[in-house]
Design a protein. Structure first.
Lengths: 436, 74
């Protein structure tokens, strides 16, 4: 019996590996019946590319789901991504060439006059694994458990999650509660920098020798949701999410410029300290409490097209609040579909976000970050997805999206007003996938 | 903000109340909702790739599911 079970497991593993390797070489596997005891595999590839030679990312993902019956499933997902390019370091542009110490302290990089300072030492590879199991507990209850692990050369994350659902009203109403716990460790290149301290010139500086190698943060996410079948063609969901993170929440690679606010020739220019421009390592609070409200509705029209509409409101104790609207409309043809997608996102800045600090008062700040992702920000995504469903239930899909970011805020004074402190960002997102 | 919270509470409450009365379908009327495309998350891989991008470029995350972590990109 045990031998049979082991053999069965080996067979399943072999089938999973075959499926995964088929996806890797782009083969056209045809074992696509979504019936019982089958593996459903979804293999996709994402390319993300920002203009102006900023970040580009490539991410292959394979997800395999074993369906034991309609409600009992095991999902395993493997994702890898590689990032290259340059990322804004937080400093303001200047009418002078600026030289920055690289995160390791072993080199420098420069920003030309009137150019946004970008850290081009940015490079990363990430591998993520996750597994999830979901099954019914009884006629009215279901549960799910899962875990994940991800590793980058300067970051590791380990998490577990669980959820419990209760069905009511002939399964027309579902209440769900989910909990996710995660522990992340950072090992920044060059160590953990001293917050709000002048970026040293190189590793000979004492600041480097005093650094810790690593730090950590923990996250607790809870989600309470209600899903309601409205009628034969409409389903609606409403979620409340509460997320707390604590520990090291600062970005070790981001810095803040200190600007000279003394009247004179350098008014609005970089403030000098120790004979160099003064840049400080940023500092964020060591805890964050986020709350979100989420609503989604899916509606199938009489012509079988599907409208998918969602809205999210998020607010946190850093002073950020955001609105997100996401709309998708799927035109369904016989075996094909075409899906235009639109997303709009807007956020208000964190209380401690400062595009720059003033020389006269920079020592008074307990927290400061010039990371534009914590500033006033609007983003827009417009996309088009196309899918072809083969007769054997396999599906090929591809999507092209354009992503645009618009930042805004304090325009500075003196020389600084001539600089573009809030450059916009454009990115192209390409996705190709195959389900079998 | 309080207005939005109240509005959402109202929607949730009305959904819960309505959910107990006439809303919903009989088991044999689930043909359309049973279509894979009618799942609230019908393309989980696409959703997770999107979440990964937005998590690394914006200050918000989660809502539909967990807020995430597992990435040093933010």
């Amino acid at each position: 019996m045990a031998v049979t079970k082991t053999k069965q497991k080996n067979k399943e593993l072999a089938s999973l590996l075959t499926a995964a390797s088929c996806a890797l070489i782009g083969g056209l596997a045809t074992n696509a019946n979504a019936g019982n005891n089958s593996w459903d595999v979804d293999a996709a590839f994402l390319l993300y590319s920002e203009t102006d030679s900023r970040v580009s990312a490539a991410e292959p993902v394979i997800s395999a789901t074993k369906n034991y019956d309609e409600e009992t499933k095991l999902n395993i997902k493997i994702a890898a991504d590689t990032l290259t390019g340059a990322s804004p370091n937080g400093a303001t542009p200047s009418d002078q060439i600026q030289t920055f110490t690289s995160p390791s302290g072993n080199g420098t990089y420069t920003a030309e006059a009137n150019q946004q300072p970008l850290d081009d030492t940015f490079k990363d590879t990430r591998l993520a694994l996750s597994a999830n199991w979901s099954a019914p507990l009884s006629r009215d209850w279901a549960y799910g458990v899962g875990g994940y692990f991800s590793k980058e050369y300067d970051y590791q994350s380990l998490g577990v999650n669980g959820s419990l659902s209760r069905y009511f009203n002939q399964k027309n109403t579902t209440l769900t509660m989910g909990l996710n716990l995660s522990n992340d460790t950072l090992n920044p290149v060059g160590g953990v920098p001293t917050t709000l301290f002048q970026v040293p010139e190189n590793t000979n500086n004492n600041e480097f020798s005093q650094r810790q190698d690593s730090d950590s943060k923990s996250l607790v996410d809870t989600v309470f949701g209600i899903t309601q079948v409205i009628n034969r063609k409409t389903i609606m969901q409403f979620n409340y999410g509460l997320s707390t993170s604590s520990g090291y929440l600062t970005d070790p690679y981001k810095i803040v410029s200190v600007i000279d606010d003394t009247a004179g020739a350098n008014y609005g220019g970089n403030f000098q300290s120790n004979g160099r421009n003064l840049y400080l390592y940023e500092n964020r609070p060591d805890s964050r409490l986020k709350q979100s409200l989420y609503w989604q509705t899916k509606y199938q029209l009489d012509n079988n097209d599907i409208l998918d509409l969602s809205y999210r409101y998020m607010f946190d104790d850093w002073g950020i609040n955001s609105h997100t609207i996401d709309a998708k409309y799927r035109f369904r043809f016989d075996k094909q579909y075409l899906e235009p997608q639109l997303r709009w996102y807007t956020q208000s800045k964190a209380d401690f976000y400062h595009r720059y600090l003033n020389a006269s008062g920079y020592t008074n700040n307990e927290f400061a970050s010039a990371d534009y992702r914590l500033g006033d920000l609007d983003t827009y995504t417009i996309g088009l997805k196309y899918g072809y469903q083969f007769a054997d239930d396999t599906e090929f899909y591809t999507r092209v999206s354009l992503y645009h970011q618009e930042s805004s805020g304090d325009q500075g004074y003196g020389k600084l007003t001539k600089q573009d402190l809030y450059p916009s960002l454009d990115a192209v997102i390409l996705m190709i996938g195959y389900k079998f | 903000m309080q207005k939005i919270v109240s509005l959402f509470s109202l929607i949730a409450l009305s959904m819960a109340i309505v959910g107990c009365s006439n809303t919903g379908v009989k088991p044999w009327e689930r043909d359309i909702l049973a279509q894979q495309e009618m799942n609230l998350i019908s393309d989980p891989i696409e959703s997770s790739l999107n979440d990964h991008i937005y998590f690394s470029k914006e200050a918000s995350s989660g809502g539909q599911g967990f807020g995430g972590g597992g990435c040093g990109c933010n």
